[in-house]
Design a protein around this ligand. Structure first.
Ligand code: NAD
Length: 280
């Protein structure tokens, strides 16, 4: 039977640290959030970001641009925010209209204002183990492992999912802690090798976005399990791992919802404070 590793208490502790850091900054940090078009998908995120920001003493500025905004016009708008000394961090809300390529547009954000940690300059620093602005979800997973005092050195860690925002940066952060990291993805699945890798994992982290892709019985006895997935199935939200079965085998497991989720926005705010310090 596993111990449930909930995100809320970990997030709460980091929130307290952020409030203290903001006090020492001597000025409310300013987060500029850019939303293009009427975007019901992003509205919920914006609302929760704003609420957390304000509770921490962060000024949250929402900039709504019309749905017809071109990539060039958005790049110019970002340039304006880059030059604005009162703005400490910039985020672009997803999804974007189809005329805008997120990968291209996110590179216009000045690296020291890139609080999502997605600029190549910041990702590059993750490679060298010197990053200050780390992609939020990957940072959230590392915080959970740290809070649960999970030893990473020499451990067999399997990450399922190799996206730029989660799997890839996470693999680098884990390598930096001298874990033995295997990254699985759609290619592993199609080669029918997912099960053999997952079964080996002493620490299993899954970020795919497919409801209960990993059967609980694949989880090694005593494993630490972090489920990043958020999937809506009818009126339920489930992870990428079949929770009940995994709970029987794991020593520690995150719930969905309530595991990684509560930490992600807090990581964004921590990056904002880091950004403000970098700009000083
Ligand atoms: P993505 O779509 O960018 O990447 C999905 C990854 O899964 C890819 O590497 C792909 O190769 C792999 N994959 C797809 N099907 C697979 C299969 N059958 N077997 C093995 N690998 C497979 O996704 P993402 O943006 O990294 O998000 C992944 C999940 O994490 C989603 O459910 C998302 O909602 C969730 N997420 C949660 C948080 C949070 O705060 N908890 C934050 C970000 C993402």
């Amino acid at each position: 039977m596993a111990r449930l590793l909930e995100g809320k208490p970990v997030a709460e502790k980091i929130r307290q640290d952020i409030v203290k850091e903001i006090e020492t900054l001597g000025k409310k940090p300013v987060l500029a959030s850019v939303m293009v078009g009427d975007n019901s998908g992003a509205e919920a995120y914006v609302k929760s970001q704003k609420k957390i920001a304000e509770a921490l003493g962060v000024e949250y500025q929402l900039h709504k641009l019309s749905s017809g905004t071109t990539e060039h016009a958005l790049a110019e708008f970002i340039e304006k925010l880059n030059k604005d000394k009162s703005v400490n961090g910039i985020i672009i809300q997803m999804p974007l209209p189809q005329q805008i390529d997120y990968k291209l547009i996110s590179q216009h954000i000045q690296p020291d204002k890139d609080i999502e940690g997605m600029h190549p300059a910041n990702i590059g620093k993750v490679v060298f183990g010197k990053a200050k602005l780390i992609p939020c979800t990957a940072a959230a997973v590392m915080e959970l492992l740290n809070a649960a005092e999970v030893e990473l050195k020499g451990k067999e860690v399997v990450v399922v999912g190799h996206s730029e925002i989660v799997g890839k940066p996470l693999a680098l952060l884990l390598l930096d802690k001298l874990a033995t990291v295997t990254v699985c993805h759609i290619g592993t699945f199609e080669a029918k090798k997912l099960e053999e890798h997952v079964r080996k994992a002493e620490i299993l982290i899954v970020a795919v976005g497919k409801a209960e892709l990993i059967p609980g019985d694949w989880v090694k006895d005593g494993a630490v399990v972090i489920d990043v997935g958020i999937n809506r199935v009818g009126d339920r939200v489930v992870g990428d791992i079949e929770h009940e079965g995994a709970f029987r085998h794991a020593s520690i497991i995150t719930p969905v919802p309530g595991g990684v989720g509560p930490l992600t926005v807090v990581m964004l705010m921590r990056n904002l404070v880091e950004a403000a310090k970098l700009q000083k």
